[in-house]
Design a protein around this ligand. Structure first.
Ligand SMILES: *[C@@H]1O[C@H](CO)[C@@H](O)[C@H](O)[C@H]1NC(C)=O
Ligand SMILES: *[C@@H]1O[C@H](CO)[C@@H](O)[C@H](O)[C@H]1NC(C)=O
Ligand SMILES: *[C@@H]1O[C@H](CO)[C@@H](O)[C@H](O)[C@H]1NC(C)=O
Length: 272
């Protein structure tokens, strides 16, 4: 019993210092592939109350979280179109992201919410609160939050298949990049709102950097995905201020150590 307590205490101490996966700096990007997001698989309900909602081809909600992705797996699950970003005012938007945080894993980010403050790319002074609905594996060495907004590379032709259209030549793996707001008018109508956001609010910025800080998810976001993490209540809601964050590289070793210690505590708890 004493050993168990010691291990749990140590795990708690490490958890307190392992702040890096909850705040830091990173870069952003845009993506929209129409595919089932990674945090919408039923297996992930160990740490989620409910997976991220997915939709059928016609955008009606899909109840079966074991359904395969329409991208590549011949399944019936697509991303829901209400998971596009929206602006509340000139300096604040909500959205959903494909996350990758160095030193962390899906276990940490699926359905977590983050407050982002942009630091360059002409977006200084703008903030977003986003929920991680998906996982990005483009570059495992960097923390990148891909904001889901239509008009980006549709790597698996998911959008082309969903709408039986190449969206004026902008959809599909061979699609050309959008360069101006009026290009959004060529996309299928359900994809236009987030595309306009990209030009109107995001100013078509190219991979701007940001500071991020984990916050308790606002209802505005969880009402869309239906997904709330079981640890969400241990985080504070955004206070609307700009987070002050010092970059650091401790994340990886502390994250691994925490996992080992918590697993050890678990194993021991079966023997007492
Ligand atoms: C924009 O909306 C956010 C979130 O509601 C709020 O905190 C902020 O004060 C608003 N800014 C302006 C300029 O209205
Ligand atoms: C933005 O992020 C990139 C990639 O992580 C990095 O190389 C660059 O130094 C960052 N720029 C600023 C201004 O933080
Ligand atoms: C939440 O806010 C309270 C009061 O400001 C603070 O004491 C606490 O440390 C914060 N918790 C987290 C996880 O940041």
């Amino acid at each position: 019993m004493a050993i168990l307590q010691a291990v749990l205490l140590l795990a708690t101490v490490v958890r307190v210092f392992a702040v890096d996966k909850y705040e830091g700096t990173g870069s952003t990007g845009l993506y929209w592939d129409c595919c089932k997001p990674s945090c919408s698989w039923k297996e992930k309900t160990d740490w989620l109350t409910h997976p991220v909602q997915t939709c059928q081809k016609d955008d009606s909600p899909l109840g079966d979280f074991t359904a395969g992705s329409a991208c590549g797996q011949g399944g019936s699950a697509y991303v829901c179109n209400n998971q596009q970003p929206w602006a509340v005012n000139d300096t604040f938007s909500y959205g959903f992201i494909s996350a990758f945080i160095v030193g962390a894993s899906e276990l940490d980010w699926c359905c977590s919410c983050y407050e982002l403050s942009f630091i360059n790319g002409g977006l200084q002074g703008k903030r977003m609160i986003v929920q991680a609905s998906n996982t990005g594996y483009d570059d495992p060495k960097r923390t990148i939050f891909g904001v889901g907004a239509p008009g980006e590379k549709d790597y698996a032709d998911g959008c082309m298949n969903r709408y039986d259209s190449d969206g004026g030549g902008f959809l599909g793996k061979e699609g050309r990049p959008l360069t101006k707001r009026s290009d959004c008018e060529s996309l299928p109508r359900p994809l236009q709102q987030g595309c306009f956001w990209r030009f109107d609010w995001f100013l078509d910025a190219f991979k701007p950097n940001m500071t991020f800080q984990r916050v308790k998810c606002p209802k505005a976001l969880t009402d869309v995905t239906g997904c709330i993490r079981k640890d969400d209540a241990t985080f504070n809601a955004s206070t609307g201020g700009v987070p002050s964050v010092a970059p650091s590289s401790r994340g990886e070793s502390f994250g691994t150590l925490t996992t080992v210690l918590i697993l050890a505590a678990w194993a021991l708890s079966f023997n007492v």
